[in-house]
Design a protein around this ligand. Structure first.
Ligand code: CA
Length: 387
C-alpha cells in the first residue's frame, strides 16, 4: 500500500457571537482536517490543532513540506514515517506549527491502520479500559461586557451546563485577578455546593497573581486550576503546585516527548492535559501518556476542534490504563466545548451527538466502535465550509 496524496481541508464559518478567553476575542470558528489517500482506496482522516491563520499556514506545511516526504511510502509504517518527518523538521521546529501539522497526518495514518485491520483505534492500541467516558462541559467565555454582566451570565451558564447532564464544568478567567475571583464565586454559586468546576486561565497570570486566585479557588473547592502561568514558566508551575492545594493542570501547549519529559520532571502538574492534535499525533501521544504515568501524573486529554478530534480522543480515553488502578479508580474525562461548533456537530455523515448522549446517559459518552476512528466526514460539508 502506498500514500498517493495528503490534503488539508481548512474549514471556517462566522460564529453567531464573538467569544473570548484571556488572550483574545474571536469571531470565526476554524477547523483543519487532514485527508491521507492511498492506492488501495483506503482514506485516513486526521486533524491539526490551530485556529484561523495558523490553520492556513499549517496547510502549507502539511501539503508543501510533509506530503513530499511521504508520497509513495507505506502508510502502515506510521512510526517510521513519524520519525522521518520529525528528524527532517528537527532543525526547523521541534515544537509549534510543524508538530501540529505532523499530528494531523499521524492521526490519519492510525485511521488507515485501523481500517486495514478492521479494528477500532482503541483496540489497535490495546483495548478499551472503559466503554463510556464521562464528559465535562466548558463554557463561560469572556465577552466585551462589564464585570457585573459577566458575573450574572456565569451564574446562569454554569447552572445550565450542569443541567445539560455534564459531570463537571469549566470556566474562563482573564479580566484581572480580583475580577476573576468574583467570576469563580459566581460559578460556584451557579452550580451549587457539590458539583465540580474547573478554572482555565490560558496562562494570563504572573505567579503571584496566580497564588491570589488559587487561594480563592481553594476556598471555593475548585477541582483544577488550568494553565495559571505561561507554559515556559516551569518555576512558576512548580511553586504553585507546591504552595496550593487546588490541582494544577496544564500541558496543552507542550509538544513531543522531550518537552513533556521536562515539564513532568519539573513536578509542576497535578493533572496533565496533552493535546493529540498538536503534540505529535497519536504515536507521540502514546509515548507522552506513558511518560505521564511513569511520573504517576493523571491525564485528562485537552480536546478542541472538530468531530475528528473528539472521536480520536474518545478512543484514546477508552484505551487509557487506570492509574494507579483500584476498585473505584480515578477516571479520565472527555473535555467538551458547549459553545457553537458546526465542525463538531455537523461534519460527520453520522454525528457523534455528544450533547444528546450526555443528556440521556447521565454525562456518559459511548466510544466509537467502527474501524479506525470510526467516523466518516461528509464531503459536501467539507466543500461547503472550505476556505
Ligand atoms: Ca485550556
Amino acid at each position: 500500500m502506498k500514500i498517493t496524496s495528503i490534503r488539508s481541508h481548512v474549514l471556517q464559518y462566522d460564529l453567531p457571537e464573538e467569544l473570548g478567553y484571556s488572550q483574545q476575542y474571536y469571531a470565526k470558528r476554524t477547523a483543519h482536517i487532514v485527508e491521507v489517500s492511498t492506492d488501495e482506496g483506503i482514506t485516513g482522516w486526521g486533524e491539526c490543532f490551530g485556529p484561523g491563520p495558523v490553520a492556513v499556514a499549517n496547510k502549507g506545511i502539511v501539503e508543501g513540506v510533509i506530503q513530499p516526504m511521504l508520497l509513495g511510502q507505506n502508510p502502515l509504517d506510521r512510526d517510521v514515517l513519524w520519525h522521518k518527518v520529525y528528524n527532517l523538521l528537527r532543525d526547523h521546529g521541534q515544537k509549534g506549527m510543524p508538530m501540529q501539522s505532523l499530528s494531523g497526518v499521524d492521526i490519519a495514518l492510525w485511521d488507515i491502520a485501523g481500517k486495514v485491520a478492521g479494528l477500532p483505534l482503541h483496540t489497535l492500541i490495546g483495548g478499551a479500559h472503559r466503554r463510556q467516558v464521562r464528559s465535562y462541559g466548558y463554557g463561560m467565555m469572556l465577552k466585551r461586557e462589564s464585570v457585573d454582566d459577566h458575573v450574572a451570565r456565569f451564574i446562569d451558564e454554569a447552572a445550565a451546563i450542569r443541567d445539560m447532564g455534564f459531570a463537571a464544568t469549566k470556566m474562563k478567567v482573564g479580566l484581572g485577578p480580583r475580577e476573576d475571583v468574583r467570576l469563580c464565586e459566581a460559578v460556584r454559586r451557579g452550580v451549587g455546593e457539590d458539583f465540580p468546576f474547573m478554572v482555565d486561565a490560558n496562562h494570563c497570570y504572573t505567579t503571584s497573581d496566580a497564588f491570589f486566585v488559587g487561594r480563592a479557588l481553594e476556598e471555593l473547592d475548585a477541582y483544577w486550576f488550568e494553565e495559571p502561568v505561561a507554559p515556559e514558566d516551569h518555576d512558576g508551575y512548580r511553586e504553585l503546585r507546591a504552595g496550593l492545594s487546588v490541582n494544577i493542570s496544564g500541558g496543552e501547549a507542550e509538544f513531543g516527548r522531550w518537552g513533556w519529559r521536562a515539564i513532568l520532571e519539573n513536578r509542576g502538574l497535578d493533572i496533565a492535559q496533552p493535546e493529540v492534535c498538536a503534540l505529535g499525533g497519536i504515536s507521540e501521544y502514546l509515548r507522552v501518556l506513558a511518560l505521564c504515568h511513569a511520573h504517576f501524573t493523571p491525564v485528562v486529554n485537552h480536546v478542541w476542534g472538530s468531530a475528528v478530534a473528539v472521536a480520536t480522543n474518545l478512543h484514546l480515553l477508552a484505551a487509557m490504563p487506570p492509574m494507579p488502578g483500584g476498585l473505584n479508580p480515578w477516571e479520565p474525562w472527555l473535555e467538551f466545548d458547549t459553545t457553537d461548533n458546526r465542525f463538531r456537530d455537523q461534519l460527520l455523515q453520522e454525528p457523534l451527538d455528544i450533547q444528546r448522549q450526555v443528556r440521556e446517559k447521565n454525562g456518559l459518552v459511548d466510544v466509537p466502535q467502527g474501524p479506525g476512528l470510526g467516523i466518516e466526514p461528509d464531503r459536501d460539508f467539507l466543500r461547503a465550509y472550505a476556505i
